[in-house]
Design a protein around this ligand. Structure first.
Ligand code: FES
Length: 178
């Protein structure tokens, strides 16, 4: 009886060599799991935080030939946002309201309301830009006339080059707190 007890207790106590081997494999498993997590996780983390460090390109985008536009008229022009990603598809399309103010002078207004970004419409008869979302109204120079918009319509830099109207494409700030 006493021998059996002595045998069991000898099984329960591991030899020092056995303990160190087990610890070694435990640490190796933890290290391998950490390595695998890093290999799998790093691209994901990079994918999430990369946009915060990517500086959007500022490019001169062609809006059309000078003679495509009538003096005094304000028209909607579709532009491709150069900051969009290659797979953006139709979402890369944006719009500006372009007015030919004189022979060689153009004004390009952002088509997005400065309240919450809804597309504004040029109402030629009223000589106003109107936002359908919350009733924002802008004068023909883009200044706020009524409603919740906190700022005038954003104006892009425009230049005429070799008979073409070009607009400097930048990311338009759309916030309500500024
Ligand atoms: Fe234009 Fe609100 S988004 S008034």
């Amino acid at each position: 009886m006493n021998e059996n007890i002595a045998d069991h207790s000898s099984l329960a106590v591991e030899a020092p060599a056995e303990i160190s081997r087990r610890r070694f494999f435990e640490k190796l498993s933890i290290a391998l799991a950490g390595f695998c997590a890093a290999v799998v996780g790093m691209p994901l983390v990079g994918f999430i935080i990369a946009p915060f460090f990517r500086k959007p390109p500022e490019e001169w985008v062609t809006l059309g030939k000078v003679n495509d536009f009538q003096i005094g008229k304000t028209v909607n022009v579709t532009v491709i946002d150069p900051s969009s990603l290659p797979w953006a598809g139709v979402t890369a399309k944006s719009a500006v309201w372009l007015r030919r103010a004189s022979e060689n002078s153009f004004i390009a207004f952002s088509a997005n309301c400065t309240h919450l970004g809804c597309p504004v419409r040029w109402m030629e008869d009223a000589d106003l830009f109107m936002c359908p979302c919350h009733g924002g109204v802008y004068y023909n120079d883009g200044q706020v006339a009524a409603g919740p918009p906190p700022r005038p319509l954003f104006r892009y830099d425009v230049r005429v080059e070799k008979g073409e109207v070009k607009m400097k494409s930048v990311v338009v700030p759309i916030v309500t707190t500024l």
